[in-house]
Design a protein. Structure first.
Lengths: 301, 498
C-alpha cells in the first residue's frame, strides 16, 4: 500500500521537475512543477471526440493502457513492504501486463487508419520488443543471484557486499533508466516535444486521442516514470528504517527526474535507424550484469 | 545576333530583344547552359494577342551579363521542350504550359504548378492533380499537409515509402492564390507596389523590396543615391544574419537539440529588434523605398548596431562551437538530405543551396549591385551537399555578414535631404534586376508600354528553382529525417505560389 501511495504522489510532480529542469537549462523560468498534473486534470474534465473511422477498440484502448500501468504498479514493493500483489514470478507479470497495455495502445493507433499513426505504432512496437530482453536478463540475473522470483523477495534479500555487486547496482540503475526512457518515449529515442508527425514515435500514436482519454494517457506516462523510479529506489532502500527509506525514495525520484531533464536538454534525438542498435546495446549491459552475478556466485570455472 | 547581353539593372528598349524562330531559340538557350558559367535565371511567357512571347534570360556568371532572347509562338502548336535538354527549365515550362496552354512536347513532368486564377485549363484543381502513384503492396504512401503541423504555410508532400525509407517525394504547392504579378499591374500607386513587393515572401522582405526598388529606379532613369545603396546593402546582410540564425534554431528544434533551439532563437531577436528601432518594423517592412530613404542610418543608430553585433558575435560563436561538436547533433545533420554537385548543376540550383554542393553561384559576386562591388564578396562553398553543409554555410555566412556590416558602418553616408519625386518610367523598356537574398537569387523583370505603364511584371523567388532539390535530397533517407532536410533548405511557399 505504501509503495502505491508513494508512487502516485511522485507521479504528481515528476514530469513537472523534468520540464522545470529543461526550462532552466535553456535559460527560461519554466512552469510550476504541478503544471503537467493541472493539464491532466483539465483534460479529465473534458469530453472526448472520436473520429468516425474508428471503432470501439480506439475507445477502450486508453482505458486498458492506463489500467495495465496501474496493475503493473501494484506488484512493486517498497523497501520492507510488499506491494499490494506479490507472488512468485511477478516480474514476468509486470512486464507482460505493461506489454498488454502497449498492445492496445498500438492497435488503437492503427484503428484510426492514419498513415502517421501506423508508422508511430510500428516504431513503438519495435523499440519495446528490443528493450524486452534487457529487462528480462536484468531481472533474471537478480533472480538467479537471490534465488527468488518476486520483486519483493528479490529486493529484500538483495544486499550489496563486494565491489562487484556495487558495480551491478550501478549497471542495473543505468539499464532501468534507459528502459524507462524508451518505454516512456523520451530522448534520445523519441522527442516528446516535437511538432513534426513524421519524427514522432509515441506522440503520433495519441494524435487522435482527446479529452479524458488523452488525460489518462498523459497521466499514465507520469505513473510509468514514477514506477521505474520506484524500481531503481528499491535497489537502495532495502535495509533502512521506514523514514529514511521514504527519504531515499523521494531523493532517488527527484534525481531521476532531474537526470531525465538534463539528458533531454543537451543532446539531440538519435536518427531513427540507429535507435534499434542503441536499444539493443542495453541487452549487452544486462548480460554484463548476468556475468557479474555468475562471477559472484562462483559459477565461472 | 541571337540574344542581347545586358548587365544587372540595365534598362533596354523592349524591341531590342531579338526574336528568334522557336527551334533556334531552343537550340541557342539550351546550348548556352552546356557551359558551367551559365545558368537560367528566368524563362517566362507574355500573352501578345493570340500568341505567346517567350522570354528567356540566361546569366553568364563570369562576365556579369544576362543573355536575353525571345520567341513568338502560337498558343496551339506544340513546341519541343527545353527540359529534355536541361532540367533547369522544368518548372518554368510547366508554368508556361499552365498559364498559356502551349502544348510542350517531351516534357517529363508536365503537371500544374500553382493553379493560378487565370490558368488556361480551369478544370485543373488540386483535387485532380495527377500524383505519381504506386501499385505495390509492400510500399506505402504518406501524405503530409496541406495543413502544416507548425504554423508556416500550406503545401502538400506525398511520400512513397518502403517502411521508414523514402523512395519518392512529390511536392505539390499552389494553395495560395494571391496573384501578386497581376496585382503589380493593377495597383498603380508606387506605395502599393512597394507593399506588394514586401509581401512576396515574408522572410525575404528586404530581398524582394530591394530588387523592386533597384529595378524601379533604373526604370525611372533615376540614379540611386549613396545613402539608399548603403541602407539596402546593410539591410540585406542584416536579414541574412537574422534568418540564418533563426534557421539554425529551427534545425536544432527538428533534431530535438534543446540548447541550440533556445540559444539561436534568443540570438535572432536582437537582430530583428534592430530593424524595429531602425524603421519601426521587425521584418523591415517600410524600410526600403525607391528614390529615397525614409529611415536614414544615423551615427547613433550605427553605434547601436555595432553594440548589438558585439553582443551577438561571441554568443553566436560559442553556441556554434557547442552545436557543431555535439555528437548527437552531428549524427543527425551529417549525410542527411544529400544533393550531389551533378544533381545540383542539372536542376539549376541557386543561392545557398547551390553553394552547399560546391556550385559557385552568388549574385553578389557575379552580378554585383548596390554596394557589393566595393565589398568584393567571396562566396562560401561547401562540398558535401548534406544538412550539415547547409548548417555550416549558414554559420559562415552569418560571420561574413557581420564582418561586412562592420566594414560598412565605418563609413556611414550623410543623410540625403534632397528628396526627389520619381518621374514616370521610361516607355517600352525591359529591365532585369537581381539581388542575392539570404535564400538565393531574387529576380524581377519589368516591361513598360508606350505610355510608360507597366505591362508585365515577373517575379522569381529562389524557391522556384530549389523545391525540386528538396524532393530529390530526401530520397533514400529515413522519413523521420525529412523535417530536418526541409528546415535546412527553408524554402518559401509564398514565394513559389506568388
Amino acid at each position: 500500500m505504501l509503495s502505491l501511495v508513494l508512487m502516485v504522489v511522485t507521479s504528481l510532480f515528476f514530469m513537472g521537475i523534468v520540464i522545470r529542469t529543461k526550462s532552466i537549462t535553456s535559460g527560461r523560468k519554466g512552469p510550476g512543477i504541478f503544471q503537467p498534473m493541472k493539464d491532466v486534470i483539465r483534460l479529465w474534465k473534458k469530453g472526448a471526440v472520436f473520429s468516425r473511422t474508428t471503432s470501439f477498440i480506439f475507445q477502450i484502448a486508453p482505458s486498458i493502457y492506463f489500467a495495465s500501468i496501474i496493475m503493473a504498479i501494484l506488484v512493486i514493493p517498497f523497501g520492507q513492504y510488499k506491494g499490494i500483489v506479490s507472488f512468485d514470478g511477478d516480474f514476468v507479470f509486470f512486464a507482460y501486463v505493461l506489454a498488454l497495455g502497449k498492445f492496445f495502445s498500438i492497435i488503437g493507433a492503427l484503428d484510426t487508419g492514419s498513415s502517421f499513426e501506423g508508422m508511430g505504432a510500428s516504431r513503438e512496437a519495435l523499440y519495446s520488443m528490443l528493450a524486452e530482453p534487457a529487462f528480462f536478463i536484468l531481472m533474471g540475473s537478480f533472480a538467479l543471484y537471490t534465488g527468488h522470483t518476486s520483486f519483493y523477495e528479490i529486493f529484500t534479500s538483495l544486499h550489496f557486499g563486494s565491489y562487484i555487486s556495487y558495480a551491478l547496482g550501478i549497471l542495473a540503475t543505468f539499464v532501468l533508466i534507459m528502459i524507462a526512457m524508451i518505454e516512456n518515449s523520451r530522448m534520445p529515442v523519441d522527442d516528446p516535444k516535437t511538432h513534426l508527425e513524421l519524427t514522432m514515435v509515441h506522440e503520433v500514436m495519441i494524435l487522435d486521442n482527446s479529452g479524458f482519454d488523452l488525460g489518462l494517457i498523459l497521466f499514465g506516462t507520469n505513473l510509468k516514470f514514477a514506477m521505474y523510479g520506484a524500481l531503481i529506489a528499491n535497489f537502495f532502500t532495502g535495509s533502512f528504517s521506514i523514514l529514511i527509506s521514504i527519504l531515499i525514495f523521494l531523493v532517488v525520484q527527484i534525481l531521476f527526474a532531474i537526470m531525465v531533464g538534463i539528458l533531454e536538454s543537451f543532446s539531440a534525438r538519435f536518427r531513427m535507424g540507429n535507435n534499434a542498435q542503441f536499444i539493443f546495446t542495453l541487452t549487452s549491459f544486462s548480460i554484463l550484469i548476468f556475468f557479474g552475478v555468475l562471477l559472484i556466485m562462483g559459477k565461472f570455472v | 545576333m541571337k540574344a542581347i547581353a545586358i548587365k544587372n539593372n540595365q534598362p533596354i528598349p523592349f524591341d531590342t530583344i531579338p526574336t528568334l524562330e522557336y527551334s533556334q531559340f531552343l537550340e541557342f538557350n539550351t546550348s548556352l547552359l552546356q557551359d558551367e558559367n551559365h545558368h537560367c535565371v528566368n524563362y517566362y511567357g507574355i500573352a501578345i494577342q493570340d500568341k505567346v512571347k517567350l522570354i528567356c534570360c540566361i546569366a553568364n556568371d563570369k562576365d556579369a551579363l544576362f543573355h536575353v532572347s525571345s520567341s513568338l509562338v502560337p498558343r496551339q502548336t506544340p513546341i519541343e521542350s527545353f527540359t529534355q535538354h536541361h532540367l533547369a527549365f522544368e518548372k518554368f515550362e510547366r508554368e508556361i504550359y499552365e498559364n498559356f496552354g502551349v502544348p510542350i512536347r517531351n516534357h517529363p513532368w508536365l503537371k500544374p504548378v500553382r493553379f493560378a486564377f487565370n490558368q488556361t485549363n480551369k478544370n485543373n484543381t488540386i483535387a485532380n492533380y495527377p500524383f505519381f502513384n504506386i501499385e505495390s503492396e509492400e510500399l506505402h504512401q504518406v501524405g503530409v499537409g496541406p495543413i502544416h503541423a507548425g504554423i508556416i504555410e500550406p503545401g502538400h508532400f506525398r511520400f512513397i515509402c518502403n517502411g521508414e525509407q523514402i523512395l519518392h517525394l512529390e511536392i505539390q504547392l499552389g494553395y495560395q492564390h494571391r496573384g501578386i504579378e497581376t496585382l503589380f499591374l493593377q495597383k498603380k500607386k508606387l506605395i502599393e507596389r512597394h507593399t506588394l513587393a514586401e509581401n512576396i515572401s515574408g522572410d525575404s522582405v528586404v530581398g524582394h523590396t530591394t530588387t523592386f526598388a533597384n529595378l524601379w529606379e533604373v526604370l525611372c532613369n533615376v540614379k540611386t543615391d549613396v545613402e539608399s545603396h548603403f541602407a539596402r546593402t546593410l539591410a540585406l546582410e542584416l536579414e541574412r544574419i537574422a534568418i540564418h540564425t533563426g534557421d539554425l534554431s529551427g534545425m536544432c528544434t527538428d533534431v530535438g537539440y534543446q540548447l541550440g533551439s533556445a540559444v539561436y532563437g534568443r540570438l535572432r531577436t536582437p537582430i530583428i529588434n534592430f530593424f524595429q528601432q531602425w524603421c519601426g518594423n521587425r521584418m523591415a517592412k517600410s524600410l526600403i523605398r525607391a528614390g529615397f530613404s525614409n529611415f536614414p542610418i544615423t551615427e547613433e543608430l550605427g553605434e547601436k548596431l555595432k553594440k548589438v553585433l558585439d553582443a551577438f558575435e561571441p554568443d553566436f560563436d560559442e553556441i556554434c562551437k557547442e552545436t557543431f561538436s555535439a555528437p548527437t547533433v552531428l549524427g543527425r545533420f551529417e549525410k542527411t538530405g544529400i544533393v550531389t554537385n551533378a544533381v545540383g548543376k542539372s536542376i539549376g540550383l541557386v543561392g545557398m543551396a547551390a553553394r552547399m554542393t560546391n556550385i559557385n553561384r552568388d549574385i553578389r559576386t557575379s552580378h554585383p549591385y548596390n554596394l557589393y562591388p566595393n565589398l568584393s564578396h567571396q562566396p562560401i562553398l561547401k562540398h558535401h551537399g548534406d544538412a550539415y553543409s547547409r548548417a555550416r554555410i549558414k554559420y559562415r555566412e552569418v560571420k561574413q555578414s557581420i564582418a561586412y556590416i562592420k566594414t560598412l558602418l565605418n563609413a556611414i553616408p550623410a543623410e540625403n535631404t534632397n528628396k526627389i519625386v520619381l518621374p514616370k518610367p521610361t516607355p517600352n523598356t525591359f529591365v532585369l534586376s537581381m539581388v542575392e537574398g539570404w535564400r538565393g537569387e531574387i529576380c524581377h523583370c519589368a516591361i513598360t508600354d508606350a505610355q510608360g505603364e507597366l505591362v508585365h511584371y515577373k517575379i522569381k523567388d529562389p524557391s522556384f528553382h530549389n523545391w525540386l532539390a528538396m524532393a530529390l535530397a530526401v530520397r533514400n533517407n529515413e522519413i523521420s529525417d525529412f523535417p530536418i532536410s526541409n528546415k535546412s533548405f527553408n524554402l518559401s511557399y509564398a514565394g513559389h505560389d506568388l
